[in-house]
Design a protein around this ligand. Structure first.
Ligand SMILES: [Zn+2]
Length: 463
């Protein structure tokens, strides 16, 4: 059967590429909500087009609440046993520097496809679609059904799934081809919290650092008064490791800028935090005594420069299956008597949202601040000994010719809140596919291999 599937997929390469090329040509970036299009006109247009593709193949399709589309291939009227969850929305490309081609025109060059969404997640969706078409056209008998599910809001918080799941259920087994091979079965918990503080007077006129809640900030700046150039130069020489500082006289005050290195909040060790570096520098200066100074020294104590494991916040923990907790102080602003900040924590399965909240609250109070609010999710775990995972791994090993395994990650995937869900593809190894970046790509060969893997997974689980 493996050869039959492989031959079918390679002889239907043109179909795969034409579906993908059409999907890429719809710039399905989140837009203003409109009647019938809660996430904007273009995600809705992509949704309608994908439903048409599925209808043309004779799949039973449904448009659900204007936000999700489904296409079923079922032997009977029973509810599908397998769900393949993809998304049609993409992150913006307008104004993104470095594209060598138009992001919304798929271009093939030397066997590589370029375009926004080719790896995230339109390519894997097109491969899953061809996988279903393959099972149908080859007449491979199924005992249970499969449902292709395509959403329109993965990139902005999965509001599409919230709407869908409030009214509909998902198949018992769901995989999403929206991350990496082999299988991601554990996703750390996540807490993004906000805090604030108040003070009167002080040497810092303003502080601005970071603007993305889930990234290591690569820039921060402040203006301070009452401190000399020599004092700043002294402090810089004791702080400037892995970051760069510049400072300039502004009518007797000093503007200090810090440049670090950005990284995703789930992998902070590959960045250098400009906010904590600048706070460390300030804490080393003879600032005017008072609440503002206390906040700066308090924050530098509980979140030292480039400490990524939350140790001084009382959060450090690790477990074998999901790894170590990470903490990123991502945004900090201070001006006119008040300050506010944002902290992103990814935590292993040995702790809970409640414990992280309690520790942060206590530490921030010690630093003279108040814990205000948070958004968060508990860790996601799907049993790696389940029949579902065993079957996916055997398909992976057969198709890729290498040992499959389950992995844990710090980021959240589309199945984070779906019980029993796993991520299965479509990135491979250490390749940087420029996901969310300029010149996003996938190779034609990989896309064809994906379609084979997904077709075999359907046959294995539903056959
Ligand atoms: Zn994605």
């Amino acid at each position: 059967m493996h050869d039959k599937i492989r031959n079918y997929i390679s002889s239907n390469k043109d179909k795969l590429l034409s579906v993908l090329s059409e999907l890429v040509s719809i710039p399905s970036v989140k837009g203003e909500a409109e009647p019938g299009a809660p996430f904007g006109k273009m995600p809705r247009a992509a949704l309608d087009r994908m439903i048409m593709f599925c209808k043309e193949e004779g799949f039973r399709t449904e448009l659900c609440y204007d936000v999700v589309g489904t296409a079923d291939l079922c032997p009977d009227d029973s509810f599908p046993a397998l769900g393949i969850l993809c998304h049609l929305d993409v992150v913006p490309a307008a104004g993104q520097k470095g594209w060598n081609t138009d992001p919304f025109t798929m271009v093939e060059k030397d066997g590589i496809l370029y375009g926004r969404g080719v790896i995230d997640d339109k390519g894997p969706l097109a491969a899953s679609f061809l996988a279903m078409k393959c099972i149908k056209d080859l007449g491979i008998p199924l005992k249970k059904g499969v449902r292709l599910i395509f959403g329109t809001d993965e990139e902005n918080g999965s509001g599409d799934l919230d709407i869908y799941l409030a009214k509909d259920r998902l198949p018992e087994n769901v995989f999403t081809p929206d991350a990496s091979f082999p299988i991601i079965n554990i996703e750390k918990g996540m807490m993004r919290s906000r805090f604030s503080g108040k003070y009167d007077g002080g040497s810092i006129i303003y502080f601005h650092g970071g603007n993305i809640p889930n990234a290591v900030p690569d820039s921060a700046e402040c203006i301070i008064s009452g401190i000399s150039a020599e004092q700043i130069a002294d402090a810089v020489s004791g702080t400037a490791e892995n970051v760069t500082f510049t400072f300039e006289d502004q009518n007797g005050n000093y503007l200090i800028k810090c440049t670090g290195h950005s990284a995703h909040a789930s992998t902070p060790e590959s960045g250098h935090n400009a906010v904590t570096a600048l706070i460390k520098l300030l804490a080393a200066l003879p600032l005017e005594d008072g609440a503002q100074k206390d906040i700066i020294s308090g924050l530098s104590e509980i979140m030292p420069f480039d400490e990524n494991d939350g140790e001084h916040m009382g959060l450090k923990c690790t477990d074998e299956r999901s790894g170590a907790l990470t903490l990123v102080f991502s945004i900090f602003n201070m001006e006119n008597g008040s300050c506010e900040g944002c902290i992103d924590v990814r935590f292993p399965t040995c702790t809970t949202l409640k414990k992280v909240e309690d520790a942060e609250r206590a530490a921030l109070e010690k630093a003279g601040c108040t814990f205000d609010s948070f958004l968060g999710d508990e860790p996601h775990i799907t049993d790696e000994h389940s029949d579902f995972i065993r079957k996916l791994l055997s398909v992976y090993e057969r198709c890729e010719g290498e040992k499959g395994k389950c992995i844990a990650i710090g980021g959240g995937t589309y199945v984070h809140n779906i019980k029993g869900g796993v991520a299965f593809g479509a990135e491979r190894g250490d390749t940087d596919y420029h996901m969310h970046g300029a010149n996003e790509f996938i190779t034609v060969e990989e896309l064809l291999k994906d379609a084979v893997i997904y077709a075999e997974a359907i046959a294995e689980i539903c056959g």
